[in-house]
Design a protein around this ligand. Sequence first.
Ligand code: PMP
Length: 285
Amino acid sequence: MRGTVMIDGELVPPERAVVSIFDRGFLYGDSVFEALRTHHGKLVFLDRHLARLERSAERVLIRLPASVAQFREEAIAAVSAHGASESYVRIMLTRGNATSLGLDPDLAENPKRIVLVTELKLPSPEMHERGISAVVQRVERPSDEVGVASAKIGNYLVPVLALRAARAAGASEALLEDAHGNVLEGSTSNLFAVIAGKIVTAPESAAILPGITRARVLEVARAAPYPVELRAISRSELALAKEVFITSSIREVVPVVKIDGRPIGSGEPGPIARELLRLFRASLV
Ligand code: PMP
């Protein structure tokens, strides 16, 4: 894999960009991160991503080793050093090196920040034009009482395995169902449905990842105006929805036309998903 890497503010050649095996991110998935992209060379919603990184770090008690302004400058400098017309960017923050083994967060020193800039692989145009299929996967989700809920933590094993199961079933996204039968988000996306004329998506209080794309889609939807309702969507409601779509920084707004092998609505991308993609893209410039 090729890319431009900056560790603690210093550009490091990719072949020498290594993290210690004593790093808590490696030992315990004890890290937080952001994933974002450029549009016309500029980092999209950088400030919102940095605010979420700061919130994630706060939730899991990782001290920010530099100011948000410095994180901002470093991300922009790394993208510029990379030099591609468009890039994919990950900003990562680990709790740092273990001083000895043990879960106690105090057994770590020097939180480490990393910016990785690499090729932006955009979804094919067909994904937006024809929509995708998804399957629902029942998973264990962190409850709201736990600090990691709604923090973007480094350990993605639950989504990794859910996505693998989806791919094995011939689908391109896994939609994650909780113990109450609510389908809250995708493996790496937020979930929306059009139900009884309203655009419905789970509230942030449902311990979803508060997607940056979700927030902007809600803004353009409300401004349009479309009626919006923030509430959890049950699995049975989802199957009967007129439209379903997912959002993420890389995929923007993607219609879901089939869930668990059954068509959603007409089985084609719906007008609201199409319009929201158009409005979202128009809002980026
Ligand atoms: N939920 C999860 C679990 C995710 O990993 C992502 C991707 N970061 C999203 C939602 C979408 O968030 P965003 O729009 O900020 O990319």
